[in-house]
Design a protein around this ligand. Structure first.
Ligand SMILES: Cc1cc2nc3c(=O)[nH]c(=O)nc-3n(C[C@H](O)[C@H](O)[C@H](O)COP(=O)(O)O)c2cc1C
Length: 163
């Protein structure tokens, strides 16, 4: 199972879809019940407020159930040095006992503690965590979608997930 959230430039979505094409399984996008609306700067401010109080927004039904999968690959953009709030909801509200979680994240150069935090929450809920990876994208607002991490690094990481 591959789940992800994406907002800024679909960076996390594109990586999730690359994994899906190579590894198979099922893929779903995490969506908050109340969508993020307004200008980019407004959402950046709202995101800061939510991250600072460790808010866990309610999620729309995913259509997939963690119970049906052995391995869950979870992707989050970095929001204020942390995972995006919807990803925190997903990792907090599921039981991963007996399952493997593979966390990955995208950032624009300030990765903060996202991977460490995703690992900690998944482990707290029973997961074995492996192959976590960070992907860096441009911090230039005209090119938020440009991957700085090499294509080769992405390919290598995906190939470890095929084994
Ligand atoms: C609310 C918000 C907060 C962000 N905070 C950070 C941050 O702390 N560090 C960082 O490197 N990038 C930060 N970014 C940039 C995104 O993490 C980066 O562009 C990411 O690749 C976007 O992924 P997406 O296109 O899947 O949403 C932030 C973006 C938003 C919208």
């Amino acid at each position: 199972m591959i789940v992800y959230f994406s907002y800024t430039a679909d960076n996390t979505r594109r990586i999730a879809e690359r994994v899906h094409v190579s590894v198979g399984g099922d893929i779903a996008r995490l969506e908050p019940v109340t969508p993020y609306e307004g200008s980019y700067d407004e959402v950046v401010r709202q995101g800061q407020e939510e991250v600072e109080r460790a808010y866990e927004p309610a999620l729309k039904p995913l259509g997939l159930n963690v119970k049906d999968y052995d391995r869950i690959i979870v992707g989050s953009p970095t929001w204020w040095y942390k995972m995006a709030p919807v990803v925190l909801t997903f990792l907090s509200e599921n039981d991963f006992t007996g399952k493997t979680v593979v966390p990955f994240m995208t950032n624009a150069g300030w990765p903060g503690t996202v991977l460490k935090d995703m690992t900690a929450v998944a482990e707290k809920n029973g997961a074995k965590v492996e192959h976590g990876h960070e992907f860096r994208f441009s911090s230039d607002s005209r090119r938020f979608d440009r991957m700085v991490t090499s294509e080769k690094e992405l390919e290598q990481w995906i190939s470890t997930l095929k084994q």
